[in-house]
Design a protein around this ligand. Structure first.
Ligand SMILES: Cc1cc2nc3c(=O)[nH]c(=O)nc-3n(C[C@H](O)[C@H](O)[C@H](O)COP(=O)(O)OP(=O)(O)OC[C@H]3O[C@@H](n4cnc5c(N)ncnc54)[C@H](O)[C@@H]3O)c2cc1C
Length: 350
């Protein structure tokens, strides 16, 4: 396979690591992430995640890691991916890694954006709609629509993620650590410079407590950050099976309104109150919606498995509780679905 070109490439020496050991590390990554291998020979092993390259290459004197990307943002994501993967089996080497480009240690990562809250309002009975204002939300287009909502600790000076010397992200820890759950960019308005996020009102949520403080007028809580993109994006398919609980509804809503108008298939939704969730959805005529009330605990997972009983040509997308997602993935594997074509994700942990 030919290697795609990217304008920027950086390298980092890997002293003391054999080619075979390094290759095994990246081979695991390729397998786990279903990533394309674009070089596999006795000099190099290179993977092609979206928007870049990561891998290893022999040099005249040893071995180096490589990362290539189209811009700073993606370069940071590639370098971070190398460090995170190496850390699993070579933690000392991962910590000591130094890249050949400028050292930005201590700066906020290029994927971090400061935002302020423009408004917080109830959306039906089960959600709060938060509109954030910021400089650039272009990263949350078709290919990736999720981010970390980085909420500083309530007491003490706000603290933010920074770049570590090895190019990975360093999150503040201890009492001053921010809370950073993952949310979905439900809508982007590039003209107004806003990003809309819909927050499900579940028991005990720290983000809901934060949003209510802002609603009550606490301006000190209205400045925060988002970091991303992370996770998947929209679907281009003509035939779909989608399943979501409340946490997946904002993403499902955005996917649905961007499907081709002639798309067919079904949307399964599990909520506390069944249809009563009154979350606004714009569904193509050919997509049937089934509302399920949460009862025995794995309602959504079971409905999804019924819909997937026989493998067929359709996009599969599931967003719900993590344990249910794992069961759906296992079922899909046994039933013969191609794992590369499944988007089955745990959105929260019971
Ligand atoms: C890719 C992705 C996209 C997501 N998009 C959205 C989104 O757009 N809107 C949204 O509301 N959520 C979304 N989520 C889910 C959200 O990240 C989690 O629900 C997260 O735990 C919320 O953080 P918190 O601060 O409210 O609660 P936390 O402080 O993290 O958790 C507090 C307690 O609440 C429990 N909890 C968390 N979620 C639920 C739930 N759904 N039902 C019952 N108990 C729960 C936890 O188990 C924990 O005990 C998304 C998750 C992922 C991975």
């Amino acid at each position: 396979m030919s290697r795609p070109e990217y304008p920027h490439t950086v390298t980092a020496d890997l002293p003391g690591l054999s080619f075979d050991a390094a290759r095994a590390i990246f081979q695991d990554q390729a397998k786990a992430g279903h990533l394309a291998v674009v070089d596999d020979n006795d000099r190099a092993f290179v993977l092609n995640p979206d928007h870049g390259l990561i891998g290893i290459e022999r040099t005249a004197t040893g071995l180096q890691a490589i990362a290539a990307a189209e811009d700073d943002r993606w370069m940071f994501i590639m370098k971070n991916a190398v460090v995170v993967q190496m850390k699993k089996t070579q933690p000392d080497l991962a910590a000591a890694l130094r890249w050949s480009d400028a050292d930005d240690t201590g700066a906020v990562p290029p994927t971090f954006t400061f935002v302020t809250v423009q408004s917080v309002e109830p959306l039906g009975q089960a959600f709060l709609r938060v509109v954030l204002k910021g400089d650039d939300f272009s990263a949350y287009g078709r290919e990736s629509i999720h981010f970390r909502l980085v909420q500083p600790a309530k007491d003490g000076p706000p603290s933010w993620p920074t770049l570590a010397p090895n190019g990975s992200v360093k999150w503040p820890d201890g009492d001053n650590a921010p809370h950073k759950p993952v949310y979905t960019a439900r809508a982007i308005d590039p003209v107004a410079g806003t990003l809309t996020v819909d927050i499900y009102l579940h028991e005990g949520g720290k983000t809901i407590a934060w949003a209510r403080e802002v609603m009550a007028g606490d301006q000190t809580r209205a400045r925060l950050g988002i970091m991303g993109p992370i996770g998947g994006g929209l679907l281009d398919d003509d035939a779909v099976i989608l399943a979501a609980d409340e946490t997946g509804l904002p993403a499902a809503a955005r996917i649905l309104e961007n499907l081709p108008a002639h798309a067919t298939g079904q949307l399964l939704v599990e909520t506390d109150a069944g249809q009563g969730a009154d979350y606004p959805l714009n569904v193509p005529d050919g997509v049937r919606v089934t509302w399920l009330s949460r009862d025995a605990g794995d309602t959504l997972g079971r409905a999804m498995m019924d819909a997937m009983a026989t493998p067929h040509k359709t996009a599969v997308w599931f967003a719900g509780e993590r344990g249910q997602a794992a069961k759906v993935r296992e079922f899909a594997k046994d039933a013969g679905w191609n794992p590369k074509e499944l988007r089955v994700n745990g959105f929260w942990k019971a």
